[in-house]
Ligand binder design. Sequence first.
Ligand SMILES: C[S@@+](CC[C@H](N)C(=O)[O-])C[C@H]1O[C@@H](n2cnc3c(N)ncnc32)[C@H](O)[C@@H]1O
Length: 405
Amino acid sequence: QSHVQRGPVSSQCSNNFAGPLTPTPNHSTCPPLVDDETVLLTGSWHPWSIPPTCTKPKTKGRSKLCSFTTSNHWAGGGVSIITTPEVAAGVASQLHDHNIPWLEKERGSPFKTDSTAAPFEVRELSEKGLGVVATKFIRKNQVLMLGLPIMLQISNSGPWGVYDVLKLLHRAGNQLPQKEQGEMLRLARKGKGYIIDDIMKTNSFDVTVAGVSHSGLYPEIARINHACKPNCFTRYSPNTLVMEVVAYKDIQPGEELSLSYTPLNVLSTDRRDMLKFWGFNCTCALCNDPDAIKTSDRQRTRIQDILNELDDPKNHTPGKVRAATAEVEDLVAKEGMTGQIGDLYSIIANVYLTMGEMELARSYGKLAITFLRQYAGFDSLRTQGAMEFMVRLEKLGPEAWQRTR
Ligand SMILES: C[S@@+](CC[C@H](N)C(=O)[O-])C[C@H]1O[C@@H](n2cnc3c(N)ncnc32)[C@H](O)[C@@H]1O
């Protein structure tokens, strides 16, 4: 198979979406744009294992949609991706040319789980189907699962015909290596439509791939049921496509592992609507306790109210911001929303910056980075935003800093 001529280093590629955290190693070159036509012209589908199949958009000026498969990505597994050739070119280098030691140094830890023997097992749990239950004590912050997707599908399939997308899904599923195909077909499905479409709708997570929103199927993680106050959270790395499951708190043997399929800050009625997308009525501990729901909704509403109050410059006095910060911290702890505290610290850092309180802006900016690295991930866009805030802060002239000294 002859290879398409590659272009200059990836930092200069028009289709390099990976962002500023991607190193610029000398060996790195522009990934080739591959679709059904380039395959005919060049006789190459490198770096994919199988020539892609593509469908044209309904409207002129949009990209084609293709099914790409690799049976041997950097971690050794297979994945099929239904996406545009532009995204596929961006993700091809993420799947094949990784500088893992560099990424692990940036991240501060290797890409592996914290235990050789899994401290959990998959069990039948009456009304919820299968679920994952702890078999050993799990400590807070322990990395329990870590995996790459076996299927990725662009979230907005509007520009392409419904049946064309289903045909591509079918092909993408069929092209998966046998192991991954078996893992996919064994997953739960709620709908009565086309099987792979149903499996994707019941089990996938929202992930950003080369800057574009996709649904990602992580078969081991997909066995974890939803809870509105979960004991685990997921952390996604857009540079490697790795999704991790991390313990939010200490978990005792016999406890079911849970994740929130919705953002943590939403109220019960909105959560119920969102969960309809996965096709179920939540039966978690919180949803089974009407008094607890009322308290939780009140506390989550109060967090939002405090943030709205912080938007108003007339509340920008040191005393009011200090009181608001303490109240938010208390409510976040009560609601089990620590995963979002980094974002809240980013907002508070910004408020202090607008007040000219540079030292406080710096302290909360640093706190935001620490918590965002832990809960959102070292290379998430939210963490990058907090890091960019600190760079802007440090660049401000001496006049800005002198005012607070
Ligand atoms: C991603 S799967 C989770 C694993 C699934 N239970 C299985 O058997 O493979 C999502 C499906 O699990 C069930 N489920 C997850 N969380 C639930 C909850 N809190 N209450 C009721 N059913 C739930 C629903 O049927 C949902 O469509």
